[in-house]
Design a protein around this ligand. Structure first.
Ligand code: CMC
Length: 431
């Protein structure tokens, strides 16, 4: 009869151990009993980059990387993108269920009434140099919000948590738009609470002297869909950072600031900016084959940005939706000339043995930058556009972590390969 256990024979001692297998996993702590001597620390696993380590049990987002499936709370991403909106998606991630009409209205009202930031935020923002990267500003300002809301430290209080979750989701577009306006030397535009989440952000970004900024409905919808697609992606680098920082019971503003920092890197959320720069550097369709050759010959140093994923070994379902949506956006904005280079890159890469063998497909960042650029967002804002909706995913994951009785402060082990203990030699006696 089959048993849900794993038998391990330690060939160093000849001893056999039986450890439980649950949800396709063994507990790393169950290996600690495997020792060669009584004073031995016990066996650990070594997993740089957490390639094969589950850090939590989660009920939020499901990904099947081989099949290219992404579900939020069981709902397929294409259905949410097709029929849903970002705010109900955020509610779904946070609460586990889609809202009723009444719940949605109450939630939208709550978010909308928290969009304003304290006037002192503008003074803090003014301290940044004119060319400060908006991600640096966004991370700093998000951390700074914690000083405005000292009760956010009460992370074990569910009511307090909810208050700050609402605030963070509501205020991040305001901080993001302020960061942009600062870098342009433009006056800040206050939130317009009559507009949708996406439309309000667009008016805070682009409004100039007109009394009421007219948001193009096609672009408003496109941005809202992009927000849905970026809302969560289970235990990625920034979410793991959010959980790790939150595990010390730091307040959610500081934890989110850390997550923004993690997202900033070009291997994660900074990839959309890197894709655009790569396409601009390639310059024309006829140079694509040469660039692909350079990538292959570089031994991993030059990467085809927007390609490859730790989890997806198939076409990223988000990239598929974005690629289709690009046409609707370009109907309004005009076609982005870099699209031809991107399409040619994708065509060549998907036929090339190097990429096929490594299962490298376009990811969410490959086409999103083209849309953002067509919508007149500067390249530096691309990662910020990722951070705005990911806030709901980070917070849903943070809440789940706080409520999970099995979670502890994140504190990995190491394999120490440095010097054995040695005696200190005073400076004057060192050669
Ligand atoms: N271009 C060229 N080669 C690549 C690429 C790429 N974009 N991605 C992976 N490889 C190669 C890599 O060199 C390695 O080859 P080899 O086996 O010969 O050493 C192999 O594929 C496996 O790569 P890896 O770095 O071990 O894979 P990983 O799971 O650690 O990295 C990744 C995943 C996303 C960091 C990586 O694919 C990458 O750097 N992609 C480009 C950056 C990018 O688009 N990031 C956005 C990810 S999606 C948005 C998000 O959620 O952040």
């Amino acid at each position: 009869m089959s048993k849900d256990t794993l038998s391990i024979t330690d060939n160093r001692t000849g001893k056999t151990y039986e450890v439980p297998v649950q949800d396709g996993t063994i507990k790393a702590m169950d290996l600690r009993q495997i020792k060669v001597a009584a004073d031995d620390f016990g066996l650990m696993t070594y997993d740089p980059g957490f390639m094969n380590t589950a850090s939590c049990k989660s009920r939020i987002t499901f990904i099947d990387g081989d099949k290219g499936i992404l579900n939020y709370r069981g709902y397929p991403i294409d259905q949410l993108a097709d029929q849903g909106n970002y705010l109900e998606t955020a509610y779904l991630l946070l609460k586990g269920e889609l809202p009723s009409k009444a719940q949605f209205d109450a939630w939208a009202e709550k978010v909308t009434t928290h969009t304003f930031v304290h006037e002192n935020v503008k003074e803090l923002m003014a301290g940044f140099r004119y060319d400060a990267h908006p991600m640096g500003m966004l991370a700093s300002m998000t951390a700074a919000l914690s000083t405005f809301y000292p009760t956010s430290k009460q992370v074990r209080d569910a009511q307090e948590r909810e208050r700050h979750v609402n605030r963070l989701i509501a205020k991040i577009p305001t901080l993001a738009a302020f960061a942009y306006r600062h870098s342009m030397g433009l006056p800040y535009v206050y939130p317009d609470n009559e507009l949708s989440y996406a439309a309000n952000f667009l008016q805070m970004m682009f409004k100039t002297s007109e009394l009421k900024y007219k948001v193009n409905p096609a672009l408003e919808r496109a941005l809202d869909v992009l927000f849905i697609l970026h809302a969560d992606h289970e235990q990625n680098c920034s979410t793991s950072a959010m959980r790790a920082i939150g595990s010390s019971e730091a307040d959610p503003y500081c934890a989110a600031a850390g997550a923004i920092g993690a997202l900033y890197g070009p291997l994660h959320g900074g990839a959309n900016e890197a894709v655009l720069r790569m396409l601009q550097e390639i310059g024309s369709k006829d140079k694509v084959a040469g660039f692909v050759k350079e990538v292959k010959e570089s031994g991993g140093d030059v990467r085809l940005m927007g390609f490859g994923h730790r989890v997806y070994k198939n076409y990223d379902p988000r990239a598929k939706i974005i690629k289709k949506m690009a046409d609707h956006v370009f109907e309004v904005t005009g076609r982005n000339s870099l699209l031809d280079i991107a399409l040619e890159l994708e065509r060549i890469a998907l036929e090339d043995e190097y990429f096929v063998k490594r299962k490298l497909y376009p990811n969410v960042d490959f086409y999103s930058g083209l849309i953002y650029q067509a919508m007149k967002f500067p390249t530096e804002m691309f990662c910020v556009l990722f951070a705005i909706p990911r806030m709901s995913g980070w917070l849903a994951q943070w809440q789940e972590m706080i409520e999970d009785k099995e979670q502890k402060i994140a504190r990995p082990r190491q394999i120490f390969l440095g010097s054995a203990q040695r005696e200190y030699v005073p400076l004057h006696r060192r050669g």
